[in-house]
Each structure stands twice: as structure tokens, then as C-alpha cells.
Design a protein around this ligand. Structure first.
Ligand SMILES: [Zn+2]
Length: 155
């Protein structure tokens, strides 16, 4: 038990902010609060429809009911992605590698006049998305709405 705890603590960044409780900082890091906070810019003042923003919130909390999750719970569903009918329906396929979604994103980037982007992993996809959801430019406001609407396709 103590060894397991020690191993867990080595995963925590050792640079702590002065003036804040070290225990609290460790606790928040173990909870993953930092990464959870990173996507709040997508939610903040997002002018998409409330239902769409809620679906995006579920997606950002990894609570979307994708086929792979339903199957793990013993619920019988078709495992194939409903958008492309080519790959298994997982979070990674839906947002990172689904050919149908890639086509949608390519058109959106063309429309926004942003250079096309391809992601190789979920983390890469989220990092890029969060970086482009910060700021107050018209394109950023538009991207946040479009991002939420695209999530609705998968929700
Ligand atoms: Zn797909």
C-alpha cells in the first residue's frame, strides 16, 4: 500500500506554487484537475444551443455512450461506427480517425481558412482543439460553436 502510494506520488509534478497547501496541490493533481480545467475554454461563453453544449460537456467528461462503452457494460449494440461503418465505434475513432469525421473537419477548416489538421491521438486532438478555443476572435467564437455542433453528430 505504501509502495503504491509512493509510486502514485512520483507521478505528481514536484513544482508546487508557493503560498498554496502542498497537500491540496497534490490532491488536485491526482484528481487531474489541471487537464479537466484545460477544456473549460470550450464551454465558456459558447453560443451553441444548450443541448449541444451539454452533449459537448458529456464528451469532454468522456461520458459519451459509444458502442465500445455500452458493450463493456453488457449492452448489446452494433460495434461499428455509425458515421463511417468502417471501424469500431470508440471515442478515438469518432473524433480522431473516423474517415467521415475527417471529411467534416477538412471542410470546416477550409471554411474557417485554417490549415488542415490531422490528429494521431486523442490527446493531440484535445490539445489542438483547446489551443484554438482560446481568445475572443470571431473565428474562435465560431470554432467553439462548430466544435459543439460536431460533437452532437457523435452524441
Ligand atoms: Zn467512423
Amino acid at each position: 500500500m505504501i509502495l503504491a502510494a509512493r509510486e502514485t506520488l512520483t507521478q505528481v509534478h514536484t513544482e508546487f506554487k508557493p503560498g498554496h497547501s502542498v497537500i491540496r496541490q497534490i490532491y488536485l493533481q491526482l484528481l487531474g484537475v489541471t487537464s479537466r480545467m484545460a477544456w473549460k475554454c470550450l464551454m465558456f461563453q459558447n453560443k451553441a444551443r444548450p443541448k449541444v453544449v451539454f452533449t459537448m460537456w458529456q464528451h469532454l467528461h468522456a461520458r459519451l455512450l459509444t458502442a465500445d462503452r455500452l458493450l463493456k457494460w453488457g449492452i448489446v449494440v452494433e460495434p461499428i461506427c455509425v458515421l463511417c461503418s468502417e471501424r469500431d465505434e470508440t471515442k478515438e475513432n469518432l473524433f480522431v480517425s473516423c474517415p467521415f469525421m475527417i471529411q467534416i473537419w477538412t471542410r470546416i477548416f477550409t471554411w474557417l481558412e485554417w490549415n488542415g489538421q490531422s490528429w494521431r491521438s486523442w490527446d493531440q486532438y484535445m490539445d489542438w482543439t483547446i489551443a484554438h478555443a482560446k481568445g475572443k476572435s470571431q473565428k474562435t467564437i465560431l470554432f467553439k460553436i462548430v466544435f459543439a455542433e460536431v460533437n452532437m453528430l457523435c452524441g
